[in-house]
Ligand binder design. Structure first.
Ligand SMILES: [Zn+2]
Ligand SMILES: [Zn+2]
Length: 169
């Protein structure tokens, strides 16, 4: 994949830049880095790691806001020429990247390092925690709703009982 590509933002020819053993393309003008999809895991040093729930919850304190961004397409993929999606990297990092689903990701200057840091702190696992906690919250709401219903019924029965005893049952 060592074909010359142009920076999607400046249209300047990018230069090969090595991150460890991975070849990426760096723009000499803006400092942005293009990482091919196949090389993303290695370039960002994504290794299987175990994180505790507390580790992941801590991410909320470090990365604010852990929100999402509106999906907009601005720049063309330097490989296939299709418009890339502007995305919050790993959904919650707050690091905005331009991503081609087929070819790879363009990181603005300094963003690749930030993304690697996010992953190192458990960022790739954070989504799972979010989903799990959302599930728990939903179950809790369901239980609360059920309990309210039961309470209402008991209350009603109580009054029916009072009424029956009043009329001499
Ligand atoms: Zn550039
Ligand atoms: Zn592409």
């Amino acid at each position: 994949m060592a074909k010359d590509i142009k920076c999607p933002k400046c249209e300047v020819k990018m230069e090969v830049s090595k991150i460890g053993t991975v070849e990426t393309d760096r723009c000499p003008s803006c400092g942005g880095i293009w990482v091919d999809r196949a090389e993303e895991k290695e370039a960002l040093d994504m290794k299987p790691a175990v994180f505790t729930v507390d580790d992941l919850r801590n991410l909320r304190k470090i990365y604010k806001p852990l929100g999402r961004v509106e999906k907009v397409k601005y720049f063309k993929c330097p490989r296939c020429g299709k418009f890339m999606w502007r995305k919050n990297y790993m959904h919650h990092s707050g690091i905005i990247v331009d991503k081609c689903a087929d070819c790879g990701t363009f990181f603005d200057k300094g963003e690749l390092e930030k993304a690697a840091e996010f992953i190192k702190k458990g960022g790739s696992e954070y989504e799972k925690l979010q989903i799990a906690e959302r599930g728990i919250a939903e179950t809790q709401t369901k239980i609360d709703r059920e309990l309210t219903r039961v309470e209402c019924t008991m209350y009603r029965l109580h009054w029916v009982g009072r009424f029956l005893s009043m009329i001499g049952f």
